[in-house]
Design a protein around this ligand. Structure first.
Ligand code: NAD
Length: 257
């Protein structure tokens, strides 16, 4: 499986850690050319690239803040200059920004959460569109994958209302893109993680994590590498060439639509 990912050019936003980095490794193992991205240059980036480049494919890092339109444009320009085009885009950058209850939410916080979760995906996808369109040929589709969240369906935890709403926005906007860009040879799908053991949950005590685990039929948080095959599947034309506009929940049974 996934042999058609060999040599494919895959950009993953927000991929210096967690789910994005695990996905990057899975693509490199399949022989893909992968662009890692972070807002800042991580101290361990050279070691990360050396580890990935010792595998089957190729990895490079591109610094850009995808929560800004300039950052999104710069990222796509850097990536396509290096790899000569783009076949797969994974809009993974996202986060809570902070936890704020309704009385504390103001326009500044609204903008910050929407910028990193919604604008980032919109702006990077817009900039990538001509490249993805050029990539789709001979019946082989290119692929855009959004990273949604269980919060989009259940509303998010304490202080995470805007985050959940921004993720729901992503779950929805791909429907329009499917309606109007399938003719360009591009598929759009969303991977919706449940609760994964990453820096995202660094603010939680072991006790809180144990309580959350009790609500997951599998009884534990997911590991980032357990989310990665969902991205491989939705990126591979051979595996999912007739799948578009869908949300793939990867959540140990925590939410069942
Ligand atoms: P993480 O905090 O470990 O990683 C987030 C990554 O995004 C980091 O590499 C960070 O540098 C990058 N990033 C953040 N803002 C950025 C910006 N403006 N520009 C560029 N890069 C930026 O988080 P994670 O748990 O790996 O989450 C990955 C995605 O999965 C996010 O969209 C998150 O909302 C989503 N998600 C995570 C969980 C979970 O339980 N961990 C659940 C549902 C959805």
């Amino acid at each position: 499986m996934f042999q058609d990912l060999k040599g494919r050019r895959v950009l993953i936003t927000g991929s210096t850690l967690g789910i994005g980095l695990a996905a990057a490794e899975a693509f490199v193992r399949m022989g893909a050319k992968v662009g890692l991205n972070g807002r800042r240059v991580p101290a361990d980036i050279e070691a990360t690239l050396a580890r990935l480049n010792a595998l089957e494919g190729e990895a490079a890092f591109f610094q850009a803040d995808v929560g800004t339109e300039q950052g999104a444009a710069s990222l796509v320009a850097q990536f396509t200059e290096r790899f000569g085009g783009m076949d797969v885009l994974i809009n993974n950058a996202g986060g809570l920004v902070a936890r704020k209850p309704l009385p504390d939410i103001d326009k500044g916080f609204f903008d910050a959460v929407m910028d990193v979760n919604a604008l980032s995906a919109l702006a990077v996808t817009r900039e990538a569109l001509p490249h993805l369109k050029a990539s789709a040929k001979d019946g082989q589709t290119s692929s855009v994958i959004l990273v949604g969240s269980i919060a989009a369906d259940v509303g998010g935890g304490p202080g995470a209302a805007l985050y959940g709403a921004a993720k729901a926005w992503l779950h929805n906007i791909q429907k329009n893109w499917v309606n109007f860009h399938t003719a360009d040879g591009i598929r759009f799908n969303t991977v919706s993680p449940g609760t994964f053991d990453t820096a995202f949950h660094a603010d939680k005590s072991d006790e809180v994590k144990a309580n959350i685990s009790k609500g997951i039929p599998m009884g534990r948080f997911g590991k980032p590498e357990e989310c990665a095959p969902a991205f491989l599947f939705l990126a591979s034309h051979a595996c999912s060439g007739y799948i578009t506009g869908q949300v793939l929940n990867v959540n140990g049974g925590q939410f069942m639509p």
